[in-house]
Write a protein that binds this ligand. Sequence first.
Ligand code: AHZ
Length: 308
Amino acid sequence: QDFFKADQLAADKDNVLVKTEQNALTKSFPNYHLDNEFNFSPIRESTVSRAMTRRYFADLDKYAESDIVIVGAGSAGLTAAYYLGTRRPDLKIAIIEASVAPGGGAWLGGQLFSAMVVRKPADAFLREIGVPYEDEGEYVVIKHAALFTSTVMARALSLPNIKLFNATAVEDLIVKADQDGNQRIAGVVTNWTLVSLNHGLQSCMDPNTINAHLILSATGHDGPFGAFCVKRAHQAGLVPDLGDMRPLDMNRSENLIVKGTREVYPGLVVSGMELSELDGANRMGPTFGGMMFSGIKAAQEALKVFEE
Ligand code: AHZ
């Protein structure tokens, strides 16, 4: 309850900093009695094991057929997840993230610096999710990138229609004919990331699958895992030659990435820096409004597919 109250207060543009601080001051806190009489409630070890595994396997079962699979939980993927999850609570959305820690490259603002710069008008999204910032005119500054990343993650993961499978890599795409005989992306092939990284060491480690109506890929720019879906789609002859990410130009790149966010092949919407590999867009470096708005545009493009 308090979570959402804070959210509403923070959405008030003019008082964004003052009111969130006041909310913290007026909150009532429980008393914690941690003296020598203190004991946790008893538990059996197998109960802990079952509490985790029952839910995990129930989720694997539930999300084996998903409406949308989001690949990559960086700033673009998490923003898309939050937007889709709030606007369409009827859709079942799985997020597949290769790393143990979701968040991608958005835990720091740039180099090893904390503050995160967001160009206007993406400040509107910060107000929606309740992230305080300093207004610098053309841009705003969040005091720590981790405040944005942890907030958008908490907002998305607390939604009942979203499940994050982290430490899990997308290894391939499912491509097949739809009911009209047209080829489309129809799901993803997954594996534990630790398994994906060790295919060369074992003879047989077959993957798992998720069927979905739409894949929203936000795997970032090229790297050990990055730009995965566009690279695989290119190998499979589904998209034309890759453009390769161009050098840094903040003014060009953020606009290009947002405008270029689209369904690149039936059933595959691409968002964030993965697009720069496909379109040969410039990188933007340490400014994050383009990732947020690309996530929102990708979610809007995905919803169009559901409305068709
Ligand atoms: O682990 C990856 C990261 O968390 C994840 N990922 C990549 N390949 C995957 C796969 N299966 C599952 N095959 C996979 N997950 O995708 C996430 C990408 O996050 P990101 O922060 O790298 O991408 P983004 O597009 O959301 O944000 C990019 C922000 C920028 S701009 C920039 C520059 O211009 O230099 N650098 C960064 C990091």
